[in-house]
Design a protein around this ligand. Structure first.
Ligand SMILES: Nc1nc2c(ncn2[C@@H]2O[C@H](COP(=O)(O)OP(=O)(O)O)[C@@H](O)[C@H]2O)c(=O)[nH]1
Ligand SMILES: [Mg+2]
Length: 207
């Protein structure tokens, strides 16, 4: 058979405070560019990235904000049908990490289904000390079933890894749900057939 596997599209939303580098991460990942002078108004809005995982073609539909996160007004359309979220904070700004927790809460309220999450500690190029403590961020990530990635949109580090983690887990989840759903219809059908002969003789016998 030469049937191609269906192309799977996963919706990934970017979340995090303004200026933490969300747009920069997406633009580095999709277009491999970076600008120091990114204006607050520059948006990526919606970009797609194709990748192949274990032979399966996947499209990541990446939704970036247009800066509305500053007013905490992303709205239901942004979250609707999202498969995954990338939560971003600025590694030099502990407030922006604290607010990741709020974004996770909002996400859990707004999303229509359980969501795959990863956290990016961005701007790692600004860290001088090698012994930078990420323990809190790592244990928080584990507590919400996410992995923490240290990224720099400026240097292009950690970025492939975080998007690949999200895409791989989204694919895994899709496979698992396909496995748990597909055996169900045939079994139901068999049960119905099994039931029939029992009922029929009963009806004949008693009428
Ligand atoms: N040094 C450094 N600056 C970054 C990095 N990522 C983003 N920036 C800068 O941080 C500012 C805000 O970035 P932007 O992508 O617009 O953030 P957003 O508001 O979260 O989308 C810009 O001046 C970027 O150039 C990074 O990894 N390292
Ligand atoms: Mg932005």
């Amino acid at each position: 058979m030469n049937s191609k596997p269906a192309n799977l599209t996963f919706k990934l939303v970017l979340l995090g405070d303004g200026r933490v580098g969300k747009t920069s991460l997406v633009l580095r990942y999709v277009n491999n560019v970076f600008s120091e002078k990114r204006e607050a108004t520059v948006q990526a809005s919606y970009l797609t990235k194709r990748l192949v995982i274990e032979g399966v073609p996947i499209t990541l539909a990446i939704w970036d904000t247009a800066g509305q996160e500053r007013f905490h007004a992303l709205g239901p359309i942004y979250y609707r049908d999202a498969d995954a979220a990338l939560l971003v904070y600025d590694i030099m700004d502990s407030d922006s990490f604290t607010r990741v927790r709020n974004w996770v809460k909002e996400l859990q309220q707004m999303a229509s289904k359980p969501i795959i999450m990863a956290i990016a500690a961005n701007k790692s190029d600004l860290v001088r000390s090698k012994k930078f403590d990420l323990q809190d961020a790592e244990s928080y990530a584990t507590s919400i079933g996410a992995r923490l990635f240290v990224t720099s949109a400026k240097l292009g580090t950690g970025i492939e890894e975080v998007f690949l983690d999200i895409a791989t887990r989204a694919l895994q989840k899709k496979k698992e749900s396909a496995e748990s759903f597909s055996p169900t219809p045939p079994r139901k059908g068999m049960l119905l057939v099994d039931d029939e002969p029992e009922k029929e003789p009963q009806m004949k016998c008693c009428s």
